[in-house]
Design a protein around this ligand. Structure first.
Ligand SMILES: Cc1cc2nc3c(=O)[nH]c(=O)nc-3n(C[C@H](O)[C@H](O)[C@H](O)COP(=O)(O)OP(=O)(O)OC[C@H]3O[C@@H](n4cnc5c(N)ncnc54)[C@H](O)[C@@H]3O)c2cc1C
Length: 390
């Protein structure tokens, strides 16, 4: 039976769109099905609340997607230094780009602009159709062909369905793939702020008894404040007026923040989730559809970009050898490479979260010791390279 497309990617966010740009040059015909139309970019817009720290390795994937230059033409903020310290302890660590001989440690980006730049890179690509707004309503299998009925009334078919539809993935649920899930008692408040301080090139995270407090610089006199707290406290903070929240943040955050004005705020629950399998016959999961990680060290989308690079290479390789690339046997090569790597990061972030939320003296001493030992040049270089994904 003939298919409309080789591959249908459900979810045109950062990860789904990146995958489309990586697969199209290998000759795959693709439909990218996305539920929400992203708002167009305009320099006068306020900064989005949803931002990410992109590692240099992810920037490389964006370059391969031909979207990095487009993103640079919008707005993003390089950071050259990173400081981590504990309020009542001796652990205090600053990394800087020149210690590892690179121009920056990473970039703070707005998620929507990453998505838009990838969509722009797909414009005029006759291998990719973006179908938006649209969502799959049902999936049907006919031998090796999968058919999707969309809520627009349209019906499309393909040999492979990719679930890039985020943490609540409908694709994952439709294919009966279970997840191992855990909910943290903490949530985080995220606020977009205008800063009295000029352009900054440092991102910092301070650990206090209630959880971490972090600052991520954005372009110009702007930034993002992240405040981890008990879930009810984070929600209560997000319900304050902009002015009251700014006063509360300035009273509780370190003086490094300076004077701020809050322009937008929201609270996010924290969870960890890992799909029990990444693939089935004719179906594969990438990004948050496969794994959700505590955002403490900002690794979620970075792991997703590594999924993209790996899956694109596995599919292109199988196709070039004349293999049936939509079979579970081929897709398992991707799962083998990515599931363990993602699992290690999920567990490390979990251990990090628990290590830094304990208030007993012994654990406190141990984590300060860990921060202090990371000052030893060789260890420091390794830690910073790991954080940068290189
Ligand atoms: C507070 C917070 C801070 C974070 N900070 C960082 C950070 O600093 N660095 C980092 O690397 N990561 C960070 N993350 C994680 C990061 O945001 C995610 O890992 C990333 O967004 C995952 O991208 P994705 O494309 O897989 O999923 P999503 O971003 O969830 O995108 C899924 C897409 O699929 C679409 N979709 C969903 N369902 C359907 C459907 N049924 N039909 C059609 N389309 C559908 C959605 O509209 C969306 O566009 C953070 C997360 C949180 C909560």
């Amino acid at each position: 039976m003939k298919c409309d497309y080789d591959i249908v990617i459900c979810g045109g966010g950062m990860i789904g769109a990146a995958l489309a740009t990586q697969l199209a040059p290998h000759g795959f015909s693709i439909a990218l099905v996305e539920a929400k139309v992203p708002a167009a970019y305009d320099l006068s817009q306020n900064f989005d609340l949803r931002i990410s720290a992109l590692s240099p390795k992810s920037a490389l994937v964006m370059q391969q997607c031909k979207a990095w230059d487009i993103l640079q033409g919008m707005r993003l903020c390089p950071y050259k230094r990173m400081r981590v310290w504990e309020v009542a302890g001796f652990g205090d660590l600053t990394f800087s780009a020149n210690q590892v001989g690179v121009p920056e440690l990473g970039h703070i980006v707005e998620n929507r602009l990453v998505q838009l730049s990838l969509w722009q890179a797909l414009e005029d690509n006759d291998k990719v159709d973006i179908i938006c707004p649209a969502s799959p309503e049902s999936f049907h299998r006919d031998g090796k062909v999968m058919r999707l009925d969309l809520d627009t009334g349209q019906s499309i078919s393909a040999r492979l369905i990719v679930g890039a539809d985020g943490a609540q993935s409908k694709v994952r649920q439709e294919f009966g793939i279970g997840v191992n899930r855990g909910q943290y008692q903490q949530a985080c408040l995220v606020a977009s702020v205008n800063t009295e301080l000029g352009q900054q090139d440092i991102t910092w995270q301070r650990f206090v008894n209630t959880g971490p407090q972090a600052f991520l610089p954005l372009l110009g006199q702007h930034g993002s404040v992240v405040w981890y707290h008990q879930a009810d406290q984070a929600r209560a903070l997000s319900n304050l007026s902009h002015g009251d929240l700014a006063n509360e943040i300035m009273a509780q955050f370190p003086p490094q923040l300076g004077k701020i004005e809050v322009t937008a705020q929201a609270s996010f629950g924290l969870q960890k989730q890992h799909a029990q399998s990444y693939c089935a016959e004719g179906m594969v999961l990438v990004g948050d559809a496969a794994h959700v990680i505590n955002p403490l060290a900002g690794q979620g989308v970075n792991l997703g970009f590594q999924d993209v690079a790996c899956l694109a290479s596995v599919l292109a390789d199988a196709r070039s050898k004349g293999e049936d690339w939509s079979t579970k046997g081929v897709l398992k090569r991707y799962q083998k490479q990515r599931k363990l790597a993602n699992s290690l990061m999920l567990h490390s972030m979990d251990a990090f979260h628990h290590g830094f939320s304990q208030t007993n003296t012994k654990t406190k001493w141990l984590r300060n010791l860990a921060l202090a030992s990371a000052k030893i040049p060789l260890i420091k270089q390794r830690v910073v390279r790991y954080a940068m994904g290189i």
